[in-house]
Ligand binder design. Structure first.
Ligand code: PMP
Length: 378
């Protein structure tokens, strides 16, 4: 059988990794500032993570959700503490799309309504409702098409107010990334998030904070929406949660009616996934990684802003977008080919940095020097 080649392939095969360093099959060393698309939160092959997972696997890797799951309770407890939301309830699943799918459904069960407000440039996943709320018609199949989702311009308070005046109590939920990732690292303004909070409360709609990419401490706060000083009704998360082990979740505020029977999945919250997620949170706490992400992120953003060739630097903490003029769209490719540095991209001319929160200042300096070298070529 041939592989169904669905991904644009980079010719490098990564076969080994440690922290922010990865090696290819030939033994060449690379600096990883992509983190497998914001998934590697505590660095590759972190010793505590390895220990926790291997010990768990030797005990039991999987049973099923039909028995008491102490590890799920531990995880809920620790996630409540680290995120500062002890009164939320945790539901565990396997991916970001599944988390958003459940968040949107739960909201609709909660208030019995159908309309979803989403934003231009949004990415929420590839399952039916998540994809319907994603601003990319190319990945919406006819079966996913729905009039229930309304797309509004991002960060536009007036358009939001107008939508609520128009749809009022038909609105089931508003879903928004604190920082749009796939959309090009665009930060939701505090004013905008506060307005969403006020209007969803006023109209009885559910505020869903998609924290799949921007969450889990990456921006210096546990959820990037926290910068606005608000509480969302549901937070979805995945990527950084398992540091590569597939796990996703929604954190549900006490204001939402619990709908027993609606939520469920075979693999969600299995022993091994919980051990991985617990190891990640323990490392985030012990190594004070949120603070580190905030400090290193500020340093990088400040230094990047000094480059005159860069059109705009956007982001917070270790979620950074470097917006280059169109003619410099080969820089990302050259950083890999000539400097052996992995970065991500949003559009060809927007470099996305989504490194492990354990990266060091010398990694940051290595990147800044390499970028300087590349930009001087133009
Ligand atoms: N939400 C956001 C903000 C994302 O960036 C992504 C993945 N790029 C998803 C949801 C979907 O996550 P997954 O690929 O784990 O389904």
């Amino acid at each position: 059988m041939n592989l169904f080649d669905v991904y644009p392939i980079n010719p490098v095969a990564i076969t080994k990794a440690e922290g922010s360093t990865v090696w290819d099959a030939q033994g060449n060393e690379y600096l990883d500032l992509y983190g497998g698309h914001a998934v590697i939160s505590i660095g590759h092959t972190h010793p505590h993570y390895l220990k926790r997972i291997t010990e768990q696997l030797a005990q039991i890797g999987f049973y099923s959700n039909s028995v008491e799951m102490p590890l799920q309770r531990q995880l809920a407890d620790l996630l409540g503490k680290v995120s500062g939301r002890l009164d939320y309830q945790l539901f565990l699943c396997n991916s970001g799309a599944e988390a958003n799918e459940n968040a949107l459904k739960l909201a609709s069960f909660h208030n019995g309504r159908k309309k979803v407000i989403a934003f231009k440039g949004a990415f929420h996943g590839r399952t039916s409702l998540a994809v319907a709320a994603t601003d990319n018609p190319k990945i919406v199949a006819p079966v996913n098409e729905t009039d229930n989702v309304v797309f509004l311009p991002f960060n536009d308070v007036e358009a939001l107010e107008h939508a609520f005046t128009t749809y009022g109590e038909e609105v089931s939920s508003v879903i928004i990334e604190g920082i749009q990732g796939v959309g090009g690292i665009r930060v939701a303004s505090s004013e905008f998030l506060q307005k969403i909070r006020a209007l969803t409360t006023q109209y009885g709609a559910v505020f869903i904070a998609d924290s799949v990419q921007c969450g889990y401490g990456r921006t210096g706060k546990f959820y990037s929406h926290d910068y606005a000083g608000i509480n969302a009704d549901i937070y979805s998360m995945a990527k950084g949660m398992g540091n590569g082990f597939p796990i996703g979740a929604i954190a549900i505020s006490p204001t939402i009616t619990p709908w027993f029977g609606m939520l469920g999945t075979t693999f969600g919250g299995n022993h091994l996934a919980c051990a991985a997620a617990l190891a990640v949170l323990e490392v985030i706490q012990r190594e004070e990684l949120m603070q580190r992400a905030a400090e290193l992120g500020s340093y990088l953003i400040e230094e990047l802003t000094k480059f005159t060739a860069i059109r705009e630097v956007r982001g917070r903490g270790l979620m950074i977008g470097i917006d280059l003029p169109e003619e410099l769209s080969t820089v990302k490719r050259d950083l890999l080919a000539k400097n052996r540095i992995f970065t991500g991209e949003a559009k060809p001319n927007v470099i996305r940095l989504l490194p492990a929160l354990t990266m060091t200042k010398s990694h940051a300096d290595q990147f800044l020097e390499a970028l300087d070298e590349r930009l001087k070529e133009f």
